[in-house]
Design a protein around this ligand. Structure first.
Ligand code: G3I
Length: 386
């Protein structure tokens, strides 16, 4: 019965929360102007978005319009990754990263650099190195050249990305194999030298898991005890409708803040689709290609049912309530994309699916969940679910 009421109430909520840009048609009424995300949360934390090449090149004009209206921080989804910006030892490609930084400066946005040292998609030659002195040289040169080029322009760098295993141990990356854990303080010290003004972050996913939380605390302490500067921890928010338990997220926010560093939610999106590892009996080691075209794994190809929209709205509002509770510890919340159409989650872990993880739909209209998130501040007592 509760579900019927909840769904009915949400259907009414959908009916009366006109979230498109179309003006209200009632007589003599000026269409209500929904405040933007960045304005609504300006006193709580910065609202950011990851942007792709089409936005950086200003080809995706709709996305750009939304970006300028609703976001005050930008992160490059891909174009500053090592293999993009430093594909071979003696070559750097700064064309796209220069455009990215210029876009941020033109629009007076907080510019985030992502990411300097990540085991994934590094210059291919790096994976062949076995000598720690040579590896240290390349890491220093990469950081010095890239972070040095944008000195004074980058608000903060994801200096090291995803260096932990799920159990909290250090990932057996080529960096760890060749240099041991010394590559971590080295990266932060070099970044501080290259850009003394930029904030310096450790960024990772599943940072809500207890074991990974303990590993991240050890990693931050290792960097701090080396005398290197670390300003914050980025908790990527690649979450789902049910997982993670927000109580665990809260414990991690508190644990990282207790280290004296800022906490950021750096890659927020919420998948509504089932994943192979959720499926009873799914052999997760199997190639996910086998799930491509499987309707069970792509149930909302023609649209998202109101019942799921309600779940997503409640999930986003629960998450933002937690962020607001800890706004004294959280400096930024960045969405991993602007609109649903270009979310990486349409292609991961299974290609060719239709996901709905962000606050703007495939045509960059504000979704009902956008109004729910705004409503948390403008109508704090709103009841989405009975
Ligand atoms: O640019 C090439 C294009 O020329 C080529 O035709 C095409 C097909 O192969 O690939 C394009 O590159 C892809 C790139 O995204 C840009 O679309 C890469 O193959 C693809 O691997 C890459 O995926 C990105 C992924 O990181 C791996 O770098 C996703 O877009 C991006 O959302 C994702 O973001 C990561 C964060 O950096 C770190 N945290 C996790 C997060 C999600 O995985």
């Amino acid at each position: 019965m509760r579900l019927i009421f909840r769904t009915l109430f949400f259907a009414l909520f959908l009916q009366f929360t006109n979230c498109s840009d179309k003006p209200d048609k009632t007589e003599n009424s000026t269409p209500p102007v929904t405040p933007s995300l960045k304005t609504t949360y300006s006193k709580d934390f910065t609202i950011g978005a990851a942007i792709n090449e089409a936005i950086i090149l200003q080809k995706d004009t709709l996305a750009l319009k939304v970006l300028k209206r609703d976001f005050s921080s930008i992160t490059p989804e891909n174009i500053m990754k090592w293999e993009e910006i430093h594909p071979v030892a003696d070559t750097f490609n700064f064309d796209l990263s220069d455009k990215f930084v210029a876009l941020g400066e033109e629009n007076e946005m907080e510019i985030i650099g992502h990411t300097l040292v990540w085991h994934s998609q590094i210059g291919p030659w790096m994976n062949t190195l076995t000598d720690s002195t040579i590896m240290a040289k390349y890491i220093k040169e990469h950081i010095n050249t890239v972070a040095g080029r944008y000195k004074g322009k980058i608000h903060g760098w994801d200096v090291v990305n995803e260096a932990l295993n799920e159990d909290g141990s250090l990932r057996e990356s080529v960096f760890l194999k060749v240099m041991g854990d010394g590559y971590l303080p080295l990266a932060f010290k070099q970044a501080a030298e290259a850009d003394p003004e930029a904030e310096l972050y450790y960024n990772d996913y599943n940072m809500w898991k207890p074991e990974k939380r303990e590993g991240a605390v050890r990693l931050v302490k290792l960097v701090q005890e080396s005398g290197a500067r670390i300003s914050g921890v980025g908790m990527q928010g690649h979450w789902g409708l049910e997982e993670p338990d927000l109580a665990e997220v809260e414990k991690s926010i508190l644990a990282y803040a207790a280290l004296g560093v800022k906490v950021m939610i750096t890659e927020l999106d919420i998948t509504v689709l089932p994943n192979p590892w959720d499926m009873e009996g799914a052999e997760v080691s199997q190639n996910f290609r086998e799930f491509e075209g499987d309707e069970k794994m792509n149930p909302y190809a023609s649209g998202l049912p109101d019942s799921v929209q309600l779940k997503l709205a409640n999930r986003y509002t629960d998450i933002f309530k937690l962020f607001l509770k800890h706004k004294d510890k959280i400096s930024r919340v960045t969405f991993w994309g602007v609109g649903d159409a270009n979310s990486w989650l349409n292609g991961w872990p299974i290609r060719g699916r239709t996901n709905y993880p962000l606050l703007f739909d495939r045509e960059y209209n504000r979704k009902n969940i956008y109004d729910s998130v705004i409503g948390l501040k403008t109508q704090p007592n709103q009841k989405l679910a009975l």
